[in-house]
Design a protein around this ligand. Structure first.
Ligand code: SF4
Length: 352
């Protein structure tokens, strides 16, 4: 049966017309699904009973199901969601001043295998669909409403499980749906897609105009990048990555965001900071520094604040904008994939 949450607006229009209704009925349906978060057709009271009955024979509404929520002392809330086929996916709500930013997953597992990431250790399961990606917002919005939390969900980052630019068909469809005023109504500047760098796909995404791009760099040399994120580094070597980004279409005041996760004693020396300045000099870019947060099973150590600030100072002294993002939710394992990995470990233990 067709999941209505997997339909684009034009697909909904085609569906309602095929059921003998005027095309504008799709806009009403779309509003119910995305603006009001209706989980049942019976809730859609401005649609006739006869139409709802015909619709129910052709389609239904399937949202992700919350399997577990963990809230952190800093206000971060991490959700483990279960999809219709049992795939376990995470999403995180991060409080930032007067609003929340939500981190969405685009794949169950991930094929990229970055060495610092728990999702990378899970391997790749499958791509997520629109209902499963944008559905993460429906679920957390309902959770906030139930708690009576008035804080707005303002920004979306596609930075959870998976490499978004390896799931472009669903990603582009989802971004289009999430941007429509009839639905979730997120402005393009509120939607940031984070990639480890897929050849050709970054430029294509830039041309789509569907959101902002952040690139996970994490190392200023090819050798070090191969050590930290081996698959991404081999798929698109650093020199080629920079070459591609030179052609990225930016609006006049826009800059590319380069994510740099600081790992103690690995990529956080002042010499590497200088190397990073040199590497990024041909680009209009800013750097988002993230201090690694070690979990008990971690391969890496967290850098001291002293080292983090020293790294940041080198960039700033060379007029490279470098913001420092605290890795939040350490006490609930907010780092990508840790909750799903834990769930899988428990399942394996149970099976044994
Ligand atoms: S960091 Fe992102 S791209 Fe790398 S393994 Fe984790 S989810 Fe995949």
């Amino acid at each position: 049966m067709q999941n209505l949450l997997d339909c684009s607006l034009p697909e909904l229009e085609a569906l309602v017309v095929s059921l003998g209704e005027p095309k504008f009925r799709a806009a009403q349906l779309f509003q119910w699904l995305w603006q009001r978060g209706a989980a049942e057709l019976s809730a859609m009271t401005n649609l006739s009973k006869a139409f709802r009955a015909r619709l129910a024979e052709a389609a239904g509404i399937v949202q992700p199901v919350v399997a577990e929520v963990r809230t952190s002392s800093d206000g971060t809330a991490k959700f483990l969601l279960s999809m219709a086929d049992g795939a376990a996916v995470e999403t995180v709500l991060i409080p930032e001043g007067d609003h929340y930013t939500q981190c969405l997953s685009t794949q169950a597992g991930c094929p990229m295998g970055c060495t610092f990431c728990a999702t990378g250790g899970l391997g790749f399961e499958r791509n997520l669909t629109q209902s499963e990606i944008a559905g993460q917002v429906l679920v957390t919005r309902a959770w906030l409403a139930e708690k009576g939390d008035p804080v707005a969900l303002r920004n979306i980052v596609f930075m959870g499980m998976g490499e978004p630019l390896l799931n472009t068909e669903n990603l582009y469809k989802t971004l289009t749906t999430m941007g429509l005023d009839l639905g979730l109504s997120f402005a393009t500047r509120r939607l940031t897609v984070s990639t480890s760098g897929i050849p050709g796909e970054m430029i294509r995404f830039g041309r789509s105009g569907l959101g902002l791009l952040a690139v996970s760099l994490h190392a200023p040399t090819q050798e070090l990048r191969e050590q930290i994120m081996p698959r991404a580094a081999r798929l698109l070597p650093l020199a080629q990555l920079i070459e591609e980004l030179k052609g990225y279409p930016l609006k006049p005041r826009e800059r590319l965001t380069m994510e740099y996760l600081l790992l103690d004693g690995v990529n956080d020396s002042p010499a590497l900071a200088r190397e990073l300045v040199r590497l990024l000099s041909p680009l209009k870019a800013k750097v988002n520094l993230i201090a690694y947060n070690a979990s008990e099973a971690a391969t890496y150590r967290a850098p001291s604040m002293e080292r983090v600030l020293a790294f940041q100072k080198v960039l700033r002294d060379k007029n490279l904008t470098a913001t420092l993002r605290k890795s939040k939710g350490a006490d609930i394992r907010a780092a990508c994939g840790q909750l799903a990995a834990e769930g899988r470990r428990q399942a394996v233990t149970r099976d044994r």
